[in-house]
Design a protein around this ligand. Structure first.
Ligand code: GLU
Length: 419
């Protein structure tokens, strides 16, 4: 092999553990193994027919050429209307909306628009992140030059950071505060009052010590709520509206993970500046998303509420099953899922044991490896979600109740056989 090097920032980049376990489970299934996968954060529902039809019609009508980088004005207007009507975000027009290739791509672009590497002798810009948090926030912030400031949470408080904790983590170097409710991987939600209290401390900090502070509210799971807590968009709070980016997309609510559609909204004059910067970077990176997807976005957002409700109800029933099953597993501590489709139980009471197949179980990663190899059940180990995540495993229950019950049977048997 020739002696050629790769860029260190990519060599040092952690691969996504959610994607890694999802791919492993898929590869084992392809070999004919009866793997039950709870790895991917991916609904098992197909995309509603009306959404597919809109894309097919546009494709057949020849909508196959370049489009404006951030999307056509009509689709951006429909998204602005969605955020205005459903989320109460004030002052939005199509000019405040960006459309990218999935939530993760939008996140990548916005991190590079907001963070930078410090000049010599200057401190790094900071990103306040309640943890455990989705595995891609920290790597993407760091790749753009930011430094993660973890705010630890625990299973006992439903993995929620308090306003006081957020306040204590903010410094003059704070560039971003990331919030994600409903949460991936925790499956829990902040109440409207808790988010208003966080908005208040962010507004106060911005007015005093942290003028560059921006809130990133990742609301990809907003439609999947069933625990009696109403979804609330912190960007609707007037005190922080013009410093909040709301991130959303079609993947989770509409069964559209493979389509790759993410979008952002940020109102106000700075919001327009931010949106233009997103356009400049995306214009050098990927240009517009697939052209014939735009009509499908409009159909999803304006005509598919019945499909969304059908899926929400199914997730609610599945949450009941997994909440009930996990509450009965000896020595496993679980926070009841109230949103999204994840359970994130603490399994650390089983560390220090050995599996039936002879594998030492000293970490969540050990447990997930042995569980997959020996019991053919794919969970995601919690280490890369940060904080107390190292004691937890993530179970994505975006699958049938039958699969949940079978998977839990195998998981309980696996735990019972640990020595
Ligand atoms: N967001 C989903 C998950 O957490 C999809 C995979 C990924 O992007 O991490 O499983």
């Amino acid at each position: 092999m020739p002696n050629i090097s790769l860029a260190p920032r990519v060599v040092n980049l952690k691969p996504s553990v959610t994607i890694a376990f999802m791919n492993r489970a898929k590869a084992m299934k392809a070999q004919g193994l009866d793997v039950l996968s709870f790895a991917a954060g991916e609904p098992d529902f197909d995309t509603p027919r009306a959404i597919k039809d809109s894309a097919i019609e546009a494709l057949l009508a020849g909508q196959t050429k370049y489009m404006p980088t951030l999307g056509d004005p009509e689709t951006r207007r429909v998204i602005a209307e969605k955020f205005t009507k459903e989320n109460g975000i004030p002052g939005l027009t199509a000019d405040h909306i960006t459309i990218g290739s999935g939530g993760k791509h939008s996140l990548y672009v916005l991190c590079h628009v907001l963070f930078d590497f410090p000049k010599a002798g200057q401190p790094q810009q900071e990103c306040v992140l309640p943890v455990p948090a989705w595995v891609s926030y920290a790597p993407l912030v760091e790749l753009a030059g930011g430094k993660i400031v973890e705010v630890p949470t625990t299973v006992k408080t439903g993995f929620k950071a308090s306003a006081e904790q957020i306040k204590a983590a903010i410094t003059p170097r704070t560039r971003m505060v990331i919030l994600n409710s409903p949460s991936n991987p925790c499956g829990t939600m902040y109440s409207p009052d808790e988010l208003k209290a966080i908005a208040k401390v962010c507004a106060e900090a911005a007015a005093t010590i942290a003028p560059d502070l921006v809130i990133l509210s990742d609301e990809l799971y907003e439609k999947i709520v069933y625990g009696g807590i109403a979804h609330f968009s912190i960007g609707s709070d007037p005190s922080v509206a013009e410093r909040t980016i709301t991130l959303n997309g079609l993947s989770k609510a509409y069964g559209m993970t493979g389509w790759r559609v993410g979008y952002t909204a940020m109102p106000g004059e700075f919001g327009k500046k931010f949106t233009n910067a997103m356009s400049t970077l995306q214009g050098q990176m990927s240009t517009n998303i697939t052209s014939f997807v735009y009509p499908a976005i409009r159909t999803a957002l304006t005509k598919c509420s019945a499909d969304v409700e059908m899926m929400r109800k199914a997730f609610a029933a599945r949450a009941d099953v997994i909440n009930a099953r996990l509450s009965k597993v000896p020595k496993v501590v679980n926070a009841k899922a109230t949103g999204a489709f994840y359970a994130f139980p603490d399994v650390s009471a089983y560390f220090g044991t050995t599996s039936k197949g002879g594998k030492p179980i000293n970490s969540a990663l050990d447990m997930c490896n042995a569980l997959l190899d020996e019991a053919l059940v794919a969970f995601v180990p919690g280490e890369d979600f940060g904080g107390c995540g190292k004691n937890h495993v993530r179970i994505s229950f975006a699958c049938s109740e039958d699969q949940i019950n079978k998977g839990m049977d195998r998981f309980e048997k696996f735990l019972a056989e640990l020595k």
